[in-house]
Design a protein around this ligand. Structure first.
Ligand code: GLU
Length: 344
């Protein structure tokens, strides 16, 4: 199957090495099949967009040699498409207007001791197009300030396969009727993500495991539209080199290694710290994947040839600076021997 895989970062900050590994695995899955590696910028949350972040993402991919075949496609430029899709769900009764003010939502949360879920049960006691008259709904829509939520059916088992973790099942009663369109008319991450993956004919969704909890909502949206599911790969986390938890900029600084591919503000990247793009990609590939045999040194082309998504690990991997330095050294050695042979 010829794959279409997309790397879909939100420009809410610089591109962290965890994001680089996600980009790399998308690239490998696409290229292995002779397919396309696509860049999509998920910038529908204008409040969280950071100036310069999109350029940092593009500059990082460029330095690394992860060349994009399509894009960047920017979600902020596709509002009309999302609006059309929201209208489709409203018409089918699979989405609804919710008029609750933040004070009302806050009260509902307090009354349920923080356990509140805007779901099929709660929806009956809230202010939305299911509970107010048609006339009132119309006048509230005219006034604006509402959101649109998706309907999550009650008592359903949501089944989905993850290529790394195997079959997964979720209880729909645990899931909220998530907001799909915000009061500013912008879609939420969940909605735009699913609509775009379908519209862009994405065959493999490859992302960090922190998105696993969103998966049942996404599958519900695919079902609402009657679309077939892409393959999902939720990659294990990259942990800090010491102790527990996800590798952060602070941990990296404490351990004296970069966390970005290229410089961001005052923080030097792997580029400025003397790493080669192939060295860092090679190391990141080994964080979460193991090839057959004892080989550890791979160029990007060799990775494309040898990579098999079946060999991606389920468990999180610790960032190991010594190993990163060693793998980089193997590439540097190559680089200088090529240079020497050119001089001779
Ligand atoms: N915008 C999300 C992120 O920043 C994308 C997750 C996905 O790939 O679906 O990671």
């Amino acid at each position: 199957m010829i794959e279409r895989a997309r790397f879909a970062p939100s420009p809410t900050g610089p591109l962290h090495i965890g994001g680089v590994r996600t980009a790399l695995f998308n690239y490998l899955i696409a290229k292995k099949s002779g397919g396309k590696f696509i860049l999509r910028i998920e910038d529908t949350d204008s409040k969280r967009t950071v100036a310069g972040a999109e350029d940092h993402i593009k500059d990082s991919l460029k330095w690394l040699g992860l060349n994009i075949d399509e894009g960047p496609i920017k979600q902020s430029e596709r509002r009309i498409l999302y609006k059309k899709r929201v209208d489709e769900l409203l018409k089918k009764g699979l989405a609804y207007y919710a008029f609750d003010s933040s004070a009302e939502l806050e009260r509902a949360r307090k009354e349920s001791n923080g356990e509140f879920k805007y779901n099929h049960e709660a929806r009956k006691n809230m202010i939305n197009s299911f509970t107010v008259s048609e006339e009132e709904a119309r006048s509230r829509i005219e006034r604006g300030g509402y959101v649109i939520r998706m309907v999550v059916p009650e008592k359903k088992t949501i089944l989905v396969n993850d290529e790394i973790r195997g079959p997964l099942s979720f209880n729909s009663d645990e899931i909220e009727d998530k907001v799909i369109m915000k009061s500013d008319g912008m879609p939420t991450y969940h909605f735009a993500n699913v609509v775009d993956d379908h519209d862009m004919k994405i065959t493999s969704v490859v992302r960090g495991e922190e998105w696993l909890s969103s998966l049942p909502s996404h599958v519900t949206l695919y079902n609402h539209f009657g679309w077939s599911l892409p393959k999902f790969y939720h990659l294990p986390l990259i942990l800090k080199s010491t102790g527990q938890g996800k590798l952060s900029k602070r941990d990296a600084e404490e351990q004296g290694h970069p966390v970005f591919a290229v410089q961001w503000e005052e923080s030097k990247g792997f580029k400025e710290s003397g790493y080669t793009p192939e060295g860092i990609l090679n190391y990141l590939a080994l964080l979460g994947w193991k090839g057959k045999g004892d080989d550890e040194k791979y160029s990007l082309n060799e990775l494309v040839k040898k990579f098999d998504s079946k060999d991606i690990n389920k468990s999180s991997a610790r960032f190991d600076l010594k190993k990163a330095v060693w793998i980089n050294h193997l590439h540097l050695r190559d680089f200088s021997s090529k240079k020497n042979s050119l001089i001779m």
